[in-house]
Design a protein around this ligand. Structure first.
Ligand code: NDP
Length: 288
């Protein structure tokens, strides 16, 4: 096996484990390391090689993929490792500043560094349409793109190392608020004697309507058009109050919905009632 078909994986949580498995499926020679013992048995049974230290794993392959809890976990793991000429691909989720600092840290030790955000759960790893944001060394990306694409469809965002994490966090901003919104709706439903299964078809329809709202409002926001012709902020604020009231009447937690209603009230108080909801972007642009 030539060295371009070898890869090392640091971190064998569910995500790193799925990555190592995807490389084994693709016929790569895979070296694995995990901080604590006992997570590599199945992979070893399938032909992976165990490294006693992260430094040994980095030495074993030109490309090392990191899947740790966060970026900070990289530093103690690679303490003392010779990184000269190595390519580190850190797919641990974190914030853009940490990605930039890590890229500088790696460059100071002679390594090329790519940072990335995986937008799918472990079962999506290895599927060709699974999106993985990547940014950092373009040279390293071009040289090793085929290896990275084993994990999914890598989406290179440019040489600024924080960009992949920025795009990842933008996606997570929408994901977490929407997913928590679903759980909030289920809590209201359950308080009214309905199950999650009862509302799933409606939940799905609501979720499927969102891309249309993104397209419509995104174009208006970029055009700085807040005319509110189709939907005034005042109308939307009334709707948001109805949601808050329905949760309150159900006797459940209203913390998230109260914060949401407060944002819309702030828009009304700022005199934007006759404008579109796109005005909220301006309100959100500074601390409340
Ligand atoms: P886990 O929390 O299950 O695993 C974390 C890994 O990090 C383990 O290998 C753990 O080692 C290691 N680790 C934690 N702290 C340290 C440390 N201080 N030094 C060295 N190693 C450390 O995470 P996942 O596998 O689920 O996820 C890994 C990354 O992938 C995360 O950044 C996550 O945000 C991202 N991701 C995960 C998704 C998912 O659905 N799981 C989806 C999208 C992204 P040990 O076993 O010794 O504790």
């Amino acid at each position: 096996m030539n060295s371009s078909n070898t890869v090392s994986i640091l971190g064998l949580g569910p995500m790193g484990h799925a990555m190592a498995a995807a490389y084994l499926d693709a016929g790569y020679g895979v070296t694995v390391w995990n901080r604590s013992a006992g997570k590599d048995e199945e992979l070893l049974g399938r032909g992976a090689r165990r490294a006693a230290t992260a430094a040994e794993a980095v030495a074993a392959s030109p490309v090392t993929v990191l899947s740790l809890i966060d970026v900070d976990a990289m530093y103690p793991s690679l303490d003392g490792a010779d990184l000269t000429g190595r390519v580190l691909v850190n797919l641990s989720s974190d914030v853009p500043e940490k990605a930039r600092a890590a890229a500088e840290w790696a460059a100071a030790r002679g390594a090329s560094y790519l940072t990335g955000g995986v937008t799918v759960n472990p079962s999506g790893v290895g599927k060709p349409d699974s999106q993985i944001f990547v940014s950092g060394s373009e040279e390293a990306y071009e040289a090793h793109r085929a290896t990275l694409d084993v994990l999914g469809a890598t989406d290179f965002q440019g040489s600024e190392p924080g960009l992949a994490q920025l795009h990842y966090q933008l996606g997570m901003t929408m994901f977490w608020t929407a997913f928590t919104g679903f759980q909030q709706a289920v809590a209201i439903a359950r308080a009214n004697g309905l199950t999650a299964a009862d509302i799933l078809p409606h939940a799905r329809a609501t979720a499927e309507s969102l891309p249309g709202f993104f397209d419509w409002s995104g174009a208006l926001i970029d055009a700085d058009d807040h005319s509110g012709e189709d939907a005034r902020l005042a109308m939307c604020a009334a709707s948001v109050e109805h949601v808050l009231h329905t949760a309150s009447a159900a006797g459940i937690d209203t913390g998230i919905l109260a914060a949401h209603a407060a944002l819309y009230r702030r828009g009304i108080e700022a005199g934007f009632g006759a404008d579109g909801t796109t005005r909220l972007v301006d309100l959100l642009a500074e601390p409340a």
